[in-house]
Structures are given as C-alpha cells and as structure tokens.
Design a protein around this ligand. Structure first.
Ligand code: SF4
Length: 770
C-alpha cells in the first residue's frame, strides 16, 4: 500500500530549516488570497491553465497536490503567493519552502506531460500595490527529478517506518480485547453503538449515564473498528482537563496490547517554557534552530519509553503526554508546544481540547484537510459543545481595544494609522448616538463601521509590515480583534445576531458600547467539521432532548442516536421535590429559611457529605449564612469566585469517606460536573434552582431567534440548558451500582410535567413532592 503525502506536507517536512519564527506578518485573509489569485489569473493569457491537479510516485510514496497555474506559451509553472509590506523582509525559511513546492510541482508536470525543461516561477502579488514580483529559474526535468527524489528519499525513511508501524498497529487493533474482562452494565450497548457507527461511517449521538465507563466504552470500539475503516487517526476531544486525563488513563490500559502512539495536546500557556518571550529565534532559545533540531527531537519522541533494544516486530506503545513531550523537547533544545504540534502527524490517537478541531483554523482539522486523513472523532461531554461552539464563532469589538490602539506607540508614529482608527471611532460613535437603549440587536452589521474596520485592518497591517521590529501589542490586539469581527461578518447568517451593549461604568472614548456578532446556533460551523471526519461519536450523560442537540450541533441528517439505559435503579436514589418553595428571583428572600430548614433536616436524618447547588454566588452566600446562623451544628464550606486549582482541590478534599458537612457550590460551576465522589464521599445533593439562564435582553433575543428557527424559543433558550445543568449536578450523587443517596429538587416548578420529562427516566418512581 503506498503512503500518500501532500506536496505541502512533503516540503514542510523536508525543506524547513532554521528558526521557528511566529513574528507577526500581516498574512492576507483567505478571501484576500483568493482574490489575489483571481487577479493574477485575470492578467494571464487565454491559454493559461489554472489549478492543475498533479501526482507522482517514488517507491512506496505517492505525492499529490494542486499547482497554481501553468503558462504553456512560456512553458512556465507558477506558484502564486500574496503578501503585504516589503518582500525583502520575507523570512528565508518561507522563501525556501515556496521554491521547494514550486519545484516539486514542476517535476510532477514535466513527468505528466513529458517536458524536458520548464521555467519555475514564484509570483508574489503585493496586495497593497497589486504589483507582481516574479522570481524565475529555468530547470531541466532531470534537475527537478533529482530535487524531487531527494525530498522523497528523506521523507520515505519516515514513511516506511510509518507504514510498518501502521501494519503492526492495525494487526494489534484487530486482535484487541476489552481490557477489563467484562463490560459494565450499559457499557456494552454503548460500545456496540460506537462500533456500528464507525463501521458504517456515521455520526452517533450517544447519551449514556455516568458510572458505566463511557470513555473506555467509546475509545475501545472505535480503535477496534479503525483498521476495517482504514482510519488514520482517532481524535479524542474533551471540554475539560479531567476529560483528557480520563482518556489518557483509558488508553494506557490498552497500551500493552497495541503499539499506539498517543499524543496529548495542551494549550500554549501551559506548555510554554518562556512565557515572557516571543516565539522567534531572536527572543526564545527554544525557537532558535527549531527546525534544525526537530528531526532528532521527533525521532526521540517516537521512542519515548522504549528500550533501544526493543524487538522492532514487537513495537510497544508511546505515551506522548505533556510531561513526556516536555522532557524530550528540553533534551533537544526545542519548544515543547510546537514539538507537540509537529508530532500530530505521527500520532495514532490525539487527545486535546475541542478547540483543536472545531475552532477557526484549528490544527487538527487543518491537517486532516491537507492530508486527507480518515479520522474518527470522539467528543466527550458533548453537551458542552453548544456553548463552546457559540464562543468559538462569536466575535466582539470592545472599545478598550480601540482606545488602547489609538494611544499606542504605533498610532503615535503614524498619521495614517491614527486617521484610520479615528475613522473607526467616528463610525462607532454614530452607532452609539443613534442607539438610545442600553441594548439593541440589529439585522445586519453596520455597513459604515464595517468599511471603516476593513480600511483600518489594511492600514494597520501595512504599518506593522513596514515596522516588524516595533512590537506594538495594542495595535496587534486591535488588528486581530477587527479581523475576527470582519471574518464573522463574512459568514453572518441566521445562526448569529449583531448586538450593541452599553455596559455601565466605562467612560473612555469613543463610546461605551460593546459590539458583538453573537453566534447562537453553532451548527453551520460544526457541521462541516463533523462531515470532514469518517465517523464521529458525541457522547454525554446529559443530551436530553436529543433533537435539541442535533439541531444546535449540526449533526448530519443520517446521524444515529442511542440512549443507553442506566445501570442504576430507583432504589438507589431518593428524589424529593420541594414544591412548597419558589426560588424565583422575587421569592429569594422568602426561600432562605425553608431551604436551610430542609438542608438541616436532611443532614440531621442522615449525617454525611452533601453538595448544595445555588444559582448564583449571592444566593449561595445568603443560604449558607442563614444555615450557619440557624444551624451551626451543620459543618459547611463554600465555593468562592475565581478559586485557584489548589483551592478547588481543597474544597473537594473535604468530601472524605467518613466526612460530614455541606459544600455550597454554584450550579454550572467547577463542582457541578466532572466531579467523581463515589460511595460515602457524597450521599446527597440539594438543587435550589432550575438552572434557567437569566432573563435579560440578550437571552430574549436568543429566545426570539430560537422560536423563529426551531419553533421552541423558551425551551431552547431556558428550559433545556437549565435542566441539563441540574441533571449534571445531581449526577454527582450516584456513581456506582453500590452507591445510595438522596436528591432534593427545591422549587415548585420541578413538579411540572414538562420539567419532569427532562429528568432521567430511572429517577421516576422516586419523585415525591414534599
Ligand atoms: S517556549 Fe514559549 S516563547 Fe518559546 S517558542 Fe515555545 S511557546 Fe514560544
């Protein structure tokens, strides 16, 4: 079986040398790039051939890609690049890479069309002046062939090892056995659904209760199905660090049976060794000579934990955790963060945050596209993807950024920049003036502000390109924010709304408004990402109702859903509804005493560890203070705003097997999901809220849009997200089939039929109004 590689990948792997250099270069946007290519094409003659798909082979290696254009009259192949600023400032590594690509395409064309020689050209189009700079070199086919073969030979050494590794990996995965002897209750049903979805190339939405081992129940069947589906990689995507760790632990259990290369991706701020430096060779020692040292670091990384004398036929697995990558990176003097990004190409399973696949320009998605990988996705705790997706595809323009940019050194030095920023400020002011309400939503992004922003982006980019050594963070921040906003405008649709909000207390110019393109339905952005995977499974304990998630997450028409029955029974959990209490805002004061009495009475009947969830820190303070005053005999501890990781650990450490007391926490916060307190570590929970999002101007806009799009404004905006949080939090109580506990649902609305329908079916017999 040949190993296929894209031209760009082949060149990046073999031709990159020197420093890692991520200094800002005002790269054209995708649209500017497309427009630039179109302009060059327009200037060419009628016989000009655009976008030629080319491929060629060398040994077991198949190289493919698309050359920008060929001028048959001049017999010239062209690689077109757009840029801003001065071409003299282009980094040598970039130029080398461009030549390498152009020459590979040139050889593929010579071979396909039997040409004995060809002119190879780099066409650099200056987006400012629209002038072309042409760099050409006449090459014979023989020269190009030897260039191509030299690159392929370098790559092939890796490709052969990779092919051998894949053969061993796939053989081991076919024979893989479940590592725990038998499946837990419900785990088999989940595993079978994941396997079937993978085997038929479908997307699966799986609701499965906590405590059945969902992580192993999804990873194992997907890996087992991988050889049959010729999957190149599995991406395990989690919303939280705890989810990543659970996945790494599960894969470790499989490691003795399969030579898997497992890579953990962590955020730059967690992996960076020099947080106060910039990512370039002049500033950071780990960026200096990065590409020169990369091959050795890469080889060492793929041998992590392996004995040098290991029999190559019995290849063990490689766990490239954050610590392991760091150790290798530092031993070779390269940056751990960027080393881990390079290692994605050679990993079988990548474990990382959602944003590595779903965000704009996400690394894993981009590599999947470029390399045409066949990937299987596992999306852990997928109910979080709605909110996370909304954040990824929203963009905000804040007055502080413009203010700081206007007062930056760059703006002081350049009248053109000042003028452009003032133009943005004037357009913004006009919107502020016209809007009397503190909040207003608009059908479209204001045209005049958009054109001022586009102009501002161009001028700032030109300035930054001309002064690359003047690090002007304020100007850069504004530039990125404005780019993000204009990109959101380009993809604007019914999935988003434009709103202008005037927060209290900000008096800086140009005006106090914050302008936001607020994504509320991430489906149109997530759908193509899911479609790019061969198979995907989105799983969680709380995906009720499934239609809501299918609508908002953009699941394909032919997706399948499964609801795995709970292995727990009603006898394990007493569920009480306190229908004599209202936790509505206007009834909060009156609710304090009955809630504290209820908590104290439960604690008195069955002393042990409890979690009490409230809707806000203020409410939490009021209830816990009243409990302390009226029932000082009940030990208690509280969640506070902005707790550090250490403080969070201390909060949870109080839930010991023989501990007693009530931990107060905020619903939807750090202790409401992903917390595992089995047995006597947690015997009950009080839910003094339905978790409904606050009724405010923004949410009312969302409600109106949800009504228009799905005919379910209230449910999609308030009820479903709220109840999901309640069920997640209550799910902390019963973690195993041995656990026993109690849940108090404190609010009269919990007795309503539409609310009860959203509670787990296995609770049913226990709902007892008090
Ligand atoms: S160590 Fe930090 S500053 Fe240096 S290259 Fe890596 S991420 Fe950039």
């Amino acid at each position: 079986m040949p190993y296929t590689v894209a031209v760009r990948e082949l060149c990046e792997f073999t031709a990159k040398q020197g420093d890692l250099d991520l200094r800002f270069t005002p790269a054209p946007t995708a649209q500017e790039g497309i427009a630039g290519h179109a302009l060059v094409y327009e200037r060419r003659g009628p016989g000009y051939r655009r976008e030629l798909t080319l491929s060629g082979e060398f040994g077991d290696l198949r190289v493919r890609g698309r050359a920008d254009g060929f001028d048959p009259e001049r017999q010239r192949i062209e690689e077109i690049k757009t840029f801003r600023g001065s071409l003299d400032r282009q980094r040598p590594t970039h130029r080398q890479l461009h030549w390498a690509q152009a020459k590979v395409y040139a050889w593929l064309l010579c071979q396909a069309e039997n040409l004995s020689d060809i002119e190879v050209a780099l066409v650099y189009l200056d987006l400012g002046s629209q002038e072309e700079t042409l760099l050409t070199e006449r090459c014979t086919a023989a020269e190009l062939q030897s260039h191509f073969e030299a690159l392929c030979e370098r790559f092939l050494a890796w490709a052969v090892l990779e092919l051998e590794h894949r053969e061993r990996r796939d053989a081991a995965l076919l024979a893989l056995r479940f590592p725990f002897g038998d499946f837990r209750g419900g785990q088999r049903a989940l595993a079978e659904a994941v396997y079937r979805a993978a085997a038929t190339g479908r997307c699966l939405l799986a609701q499965a209760p906590t405590g059945i081992g969902k992580t192993m129940g999804t990873i194992f069947p997907l890996l087992k199905a991988a050889p049959g589906q010729r999957l190149d990689k599995v991406f395990f995507l989690a919303a939280k660090t705890s989810g990543r760790q659970t996945a790494l632990d599960a894969i470790e259990r499989l490691a003795p049976a399969a030579p898997l290369r497992v890579l953990e991706l962590v955020a730059r701020d967690k992996a960076c060794e020099h947080p106060h430096r910039a990512c370039n060779g002049e500033s950071c020692p780990l960026a200096k000579g990065f590409y020169d040292r990369l091959p050795d670091a890469r080889s060492a990384a793929l041998r992590v934990g392996q004995d040098l004398d290991t029999d190559p036929c019995r290849e063990p697995g490689v766990a490239l955790t954050r610590d392991a990558v760091r150790e290798v990176a530092l031993a070779h003097g390269v940056c751990p963060y960027y080393l881990s990004q390079e290692l994605v190409r050679w990993a079988d399973v990548v474990v990382g945050d959602y944003n590595y696949y779903f965000d704009h320009g996400a690394l894993l998605h981009a590599l999947t596209q470029v390399n045409q990988w066949r990937v299987g996705l596992l999306v852990d705790e997928a109910h979080n993807l709605v909110e996370r997706g909304r954040k990824m595809y929203s963009a905000t323009l804040s007055p502080e950024r413009l203010f700081q940019a206007r007062h930056s050194s760059g703006a002081s030095a350049s009248p053109l920049v000042r003028k452009a920023l003032d133009k943005v400020r004037r357009s913004w002011r006009a919107i502020d003036k016209a809007q009397v309400e503190p909040y207003a939503a608009y059908e479209f992004f204001p045209e005049s502000l958009l054109s001022a922003l586009q102009h501002g982006i161009g001028v700032v980019a030109e300035h930054l390109a001309a002064h690359p050594d003047d690090a002007d963070d304020a100007l850069l921040d504004f530039h990125f924010e404005a780019m993000h906003v204009t990109r959101a405008v380009e993809s604007f649709g019914p999935h988003s709304l434009v709103d202008v909000q005037k927060p209290e207390g900000f008096s800086a110019k140009p005006g106090p408004s914050v302008l936001c393109i607020r994504n509320i339905v991430p489906a149109p952005f997530l759908r193509p990402r899911l479609a790019a995977a061969q198979t995907s499974t989105l799983f969680s304990a709380t995906l009720q109702p499934q239609g809501f998630h299918a609508d908002l997450l953009g699941l394909p028409e032919n997706h399948v859903s499964v609801e795995v029955p709970s292995p727990f029974d009603a006898g394990q959990l007493q569920v009480h509804v306190a229908s004599h209490i209202s936790t509505r805002y206007q009834h909060r004061r009156a609710s304090l005493q009955p809630i504290t009495e209820l908590i104290a009475a439960q604690y008195g009947r069955a002393p042990g560890n409890y979690l009490a969830f409230l809707s806000s820190y203020d409410y939490l303070e009021q209830v816990s203070t009243q409990l302390a005053e009226r029932h000082p005999e009940v030990p208690q501890w509280r969640q506070s705003r902005r707790m550090s990781e250490g403080e969070q650990r201390q909060f949870l450490d109080r839930f010991t097997e023989d501990g007693r007391g009530v931990g107060f926490a905020v619903l939807g916060g750090a202790f409401a999901e992903g917390v595992d307190l089995p047995g006597r570590r947690l015997i009950g929970a009080f839910l003094s809220t339905l978790g409904l999002p606050q009724v405010n101007a923004v949410n009312e806009q969302i409600r109106a849009r949800m009504e228009k799009l799905f005919g379910a404004g209230y449910d999609y905006t308030y009820l479903y997200p709220g109840l999901q949080k309640v069920v997640q939090a209550a799910g902390r109580v019963i973690r195993t089939t041995e656990d026993r506990g109690v849940v108090h649902l404190i609010d009269d609305r919990f007795a309503r039929a539409d609310v009860q329908r959203l509670l787990p079916a296995w609770w049913d017999q226990g709902h007892r109004p008090q």
